[in-house]
Design a protein around this ligand. Structure first.
Ligand code: MN3
Length: 198
């Protein structure tokens, strides 16, 4: 995880800053704004900005979704919603791991809530795409790029997924779940409602 943070995540930040070097107007924008406004980016930097802003946003959420004191079971309203939509927390974890294992290539696996409410969903995104681009609010995510599991788990993605749950920070997931219930105009601010600094 330290290598993942200090090298892989750091390289997205460096590349994003490099791509924006000659665009001070865009430097003032948040990474999530850049990710959600691809069409407003100059064509020459669009791909680099989108990929690296996505890398920064997703990893920023990822670190917050974990804690050395993590693990256990979800509680409160989040636990109720997981039970309602997946049957049980164990069934949710199994569906999440299965989706993560089957995701093709470099991807993320997510627990997300549709923007207009409704059932919680497990979904996957390719590269560094974020469910906010599909009108789903992200609650929990795991990184299934090879760089996440090639060292400790020797490239065994299924073992990595299964071994990750003891560090999941359910309090952070519950915080995101609460945010997902806010009215849209309160959530879809400059940072897409992700409240990454909170
Ligand atoms: Mn990663």
């Amino acid at each position: 995880m330290k290598l993942h943070h200090d090298q892989h995540h750091a390289s997205y930040v460096e590349k994003l800053n490099a791509a924006l070097e000659e665009h001070p107007d865009l430097q003032a924008r948040s990474a999530i704004w850049l990710l959600l406004h691809q069409r407003e980016l100059p064509g020459a930097i669009r791909t680099a900005v989108t990929n690296n802003a996505g890398g920064h946003v997703n990893h920023s959420m990822f670190w917050r979704a974990m804690s050395p004191e993590g693990g256990g079971e979800p509680s409160g309203a989040l636990a109720d919603a997981i039970k309602r939509d997946f049957g049980s927390a164990a069934e949710f974890r199994a569906e999440f791991d299965d989706a993560g294992e089957k995701a093709f290539g470099s991807a993320w696996v997510w627990l997300a809530r549709p923007q207009h409410g409704g059932k919680l969903e497990v979904l996957t995104t390719s590269g560094h795409a974020n469910p906010l681009s599909q009108a789903c609010f992200p609650l929990l995510l795991n990184d299934v790029w090879e760089h996440a599991y090639y060292l400790k788990h020797e490239n065994r993605r299924a073992a990595y997924l299964k071994g990750w749950w003891p560090v999941v920070n359910w309090q952070e997931v519950a915080r995101r779940f609460e945010r997902s219930a806010l009215p849209l105009e309160q959530r879809w601010q400059e940072d897409g409602g992700l409240a990454l600094e909170a």
